[in-house]
Design a protein around this ligand. Structure first.
Ligand SMILES: Cc1cc2nc3c(=O)[nH]c(=O)nc-3n(C[C@H](O)[C@H](O)[C@H](O)COP(=O)(O)O)c2cc1C
Length: 194
């Protein structure tokens, strides 16, 4: 179904909707990068360099937008990690979606997983819900991969010495394995071996 050959690693683009120093969402992305780097080729989208989207500038040549489109086209799947800001996704994440929805519809048909981390109880449920809705909009038309939802609440209780604790990351790992299994079935990763 997707253009992934048997001996290649799955290619995942990480899209982290926070540029905050010490971002929890970045910590989650780094955890996955460290843990699955042997079977997944990761890149991270540079959201900070993107101009704020406006229809007036959407046809201009911005190296950051060109690079973003290249990165999305390179990926077999896109993993979006969003903070929740005022019950919705962060501005950085929304700006990413808007750039991907115009001129070149690079997310069209792209498998996506959405997650997000917060200090609060609800685990970014509203931000994720809005983000999933945007991913399915006519200009975006991404694929929301089933069984990949994970809401990471009380993130401060899941971390020790700046690292996500393995025993507090079970749902995240299950969701991520489901994601890469969807993109590349039989990828050879043995979850129970770790
Ligand atoms: C402007 C702003 C609004 C916020 N609104 C929410 C919210 O609606 N729900 C929530 O759970 N946390 C909210 N938070 C707290 C964020 O979840 C918290 O700052 C989190 O650490 C952001 O993710 P990051 O660490 O990846 O930057 C808000 C934070 C800011 C700065």
């Amino acid at each position: 179904m997707f253009n992934v050959s048997k001996n290649e690693n799955v290619k995942i683009l990480l899209v982290v909707g926070s540029s905050r120093k010490g971002s929890y969402n970045q910590l989650i992305a780094d955890y996955l990068r460290d843990k699955y780097g042997n079977i997944v080729d990761f890149r991270q989208a540079d959201l900070k360099s993107l101009p704020v989207y406006s229809e007036d500038i959407e046809n201009e040549d911005f190296p950051s937008v060109t690079k973003l489109r290249e990165d999305v086209n390179w990926a077999d799947g896109v993993l979006l990690l969003t903070p929740e800001h005022n019950f919705t996704m962060s501005v950085l994440m929304k700006n990413f979606i808007d750039w991907c929805s115009r001129v070149e519809h690079v997310l069209n048909g792209k498998p996506t997983m959405v997650t997000g981390a917060t200090l609060g109880h609800l685990g970014t449920v509203m931000a994720q819900s809005h983000l999933r809705q945007a991913l399915l909009s006519p200009g975006v038309k991404a694929i929301a991969v089933p069984n990949t939802e994970v809401y990471i609440n009380a993130i401060q209780d899941r971390i020790k010495d700046g690292k996500l604790l393995e025993d507090k990351a079970e749902s995240l790992n299950t969701a991520f394995i489901n994601f890469i299994d969807y993109i590349k079935p039989g990828n050879g990763y043995c979850f129970s071996c770790n």
